[in-house]
Design a protein around this ligand. Structure first.
Ligand SMILES: [Zn+2]
Length: 490
């Protein structure tokens, strides 16, 4: 990790010097290169033909106004805003539609995808791995900006090597980034979904850090699992990620088998809870979902075999389902793409069918759903998750709620969730402006060309006079794993 920190210091040095020039040219001593939440943003008045508030049961407001600095000070019909007693805005904007910025609550910034370095076809490294973790870190940093420029103002990284460093970068104001919440390394058992099963186990246990640093924190037995939890808390992780079932893109294990025991996962949950953190469980098969519920886990990631009785239990426990439809849809193809081996492909195709059904079950039962992509390819696709939820039976405002207001629920109610994802007084001023209404056509939200304004913490990142998101790549429809209806034989 020292190497990553060295790269981080280098980045700070480079960006710091750019920032210094910027300061002296404008004679501003304290201005950051990018708006950031450590300073209070200027008071802004936003007028919008339509305000979509976030929660599904809050009707959109016509001719609405939002007054905000770093947080929202007032929201409602423009005509009803009090004439006095509010701070005078220094900026005014007008847009056809405004709504809260998006949340992607299941993503990864591993740097295996890189749009700016020329790394071969599809911007993916041919081997699936960056040549070194320095290159991977640089790619992950680029991805932060691209994610923010897609209107995603908050992310929850569900496992990665660079969470702590990316979080520091995100809060520094030195680089444009969504609000960055992270899990650190994902915790799982030896031979399970976190284990690189083709490598020697001494390497995947990170016993030989100098050779290879795996993103998995392997643990076996209660004491070991508690220690691995504390190691993530030591890195100031906002949430703990465990694997309670096998996975699709791991070599030998089955997504239908339970991984880790209830005793192990309960110990992880208790340890996390003492630090006010909740636990997220990767769980495809029913036994893995059931053991996560029994262990006191807070969010079910994928939940591909969610059935009615599991969904009812999860709802009763006020849990959140993050179905990650987007990554499952990568298997909605008639032929196996070369990047998957035959076993991965067979597992993925089977999981796709269950996952689609699971989403319908959770919608029917009313289990809270939050949007997460699992970041296949680039990490800017989360609005597509809302489009897919709507295709599977959720109302449009319900899908928007999953994309916005439900995001912070994924961090639990123990003190780690920010006030975010809603246009409401006291909430973070994470707001996007759109040229077209998404009501009637949610795919508007997947088109960077129609997202005209992006504020995070009241700071403007996209809009008149801001160049952060000016490149062509962030101003067109995102390359999404489009939701396709299931072929009849499935
Ligand atoms: Zn994931």
């Amino acid at each position: 990790m020292w190497a990553v920190l060295t790269l981080w210091r280098l980045l700070v040095a480079v960006l710091g010097s750019v920032s210094g020039g910027h300061h002296s040219a404008r004679s501003v001593q304290t201005e950051h290169l990018y708006p950031d939440r450590t300073q209070l943003s200027p008071v802004t008045l936003l007028r919008s033909g339509l305000l979509i508030l976030g929660p599904a049961n809050h009707a959109p407001i016509k001719q609405g106004c939002v007054l905000f600095n770093s947080t929202i000070l007032r929201v409602g019909e423009c005509l009803k805003l009090p004439k006095s007693g509010l701070p005078e805005p220094t900026n005014e904007f007008e847009v056809p539609v405004a709504m809260p910025g998006f949340w992607d609550v299941h993503t990864h910034y591993g740097g295996t995808y890189c749009s700016k370095l020329n790394v071969g076809t599809n911007s993916k490294f041919p081997s699936g791995y960056a040549p070194s973790k320095y290159v991977a870190f640089a790619c992950a940093v680029q991805m932060l900006r691209e994610t923010l420029c897609a209107g995603v103002t908050s992310v929850r990284e569900m496992g990665g090597l660079y969470g702590q460093e990316l979080h520091q970068l995100a809060t520094s104001g030195l680089y444009p980034s969504p609000n960055f919440h992270y899990a650190g390394k994902f915790i799982g058992m030896t031979g399970g979904h976190t284990d690189e099963q083709y490598l020697p186990v001494t390497i995947t246990r990170n016993d030989r850090d100098d050779m290879y640093e795996g993103v998995g924190a392997l643990c076996d037995g209660v004491a070991d699992c508690v220690r691995k939890t504390r190691e993530q808390l030591r890195k100031r992780a906002d949430v703990i990620k465990v694997m309670t079932s096998g996975g699709v893109l791991s070599a030998f294990d089955s997504p239908y088998d339970q991984q880790l025991s209830v005793e192990e996962v309960s110990a992880i949950v208790q340890e996390a809870r003492r630090a006010r953190r909740v636990v997220a469980a990767h769980a495809h098969g029913a036994p893995g979902i059931a053991s996560a519920i029994a262990s006191g886990v807070h969010t079910i990631e994928h939940g591909s075999c969610m059935n009615e009785s599991l969904a009812i239990s999860a709802k009763r426990a006020r849990m959140v389902h993050v179905p990650t439809i987007t990554i499952c849809q990568t298997f909605n193809k008639s032929a196996r793409p070369p990047e998957y081996d035959p076993l991965e492909w067979a597992k993925g195709v089977a999981i796709l069918e269950s996952n689609t059904n699971a989403v319908k079950v959770s919608i029917r039962v009313g289990l809270t759903i939050a949007t997460g992509t699992d970041c296949p390819g680039n990490c800017a696709q989360v609005a597509q998750e809302a489009v897919s939820l709507h295709s599977l039976g959720m109302s449009e405002l319900g899908a928007i709620e999953s994309l916005t207001a439900n995001g912070p629920l994924s961090l639990g109610a123990l003190g780690m969730a920010p006030k975010s994802g809603r246009l409401a007084v006291g909430y973070d001023a994470d707001i996007i402006g759109l040229s077209t209404s998404p009501l009637g056509n949610l795919s508007v939200l997947t088109d960077g060309g129609r997202i005209s304004h992006i504020w995070k913490g009241g700071g403007l990142f996209k809009g008149p006079g801001r160049q952060v998101c000016d490149d062509a790549a962030t101003n067109r429809p995102w390359e999404v794993e489009a939701f396709m209806p299931m072929p009849p034989e499935w």
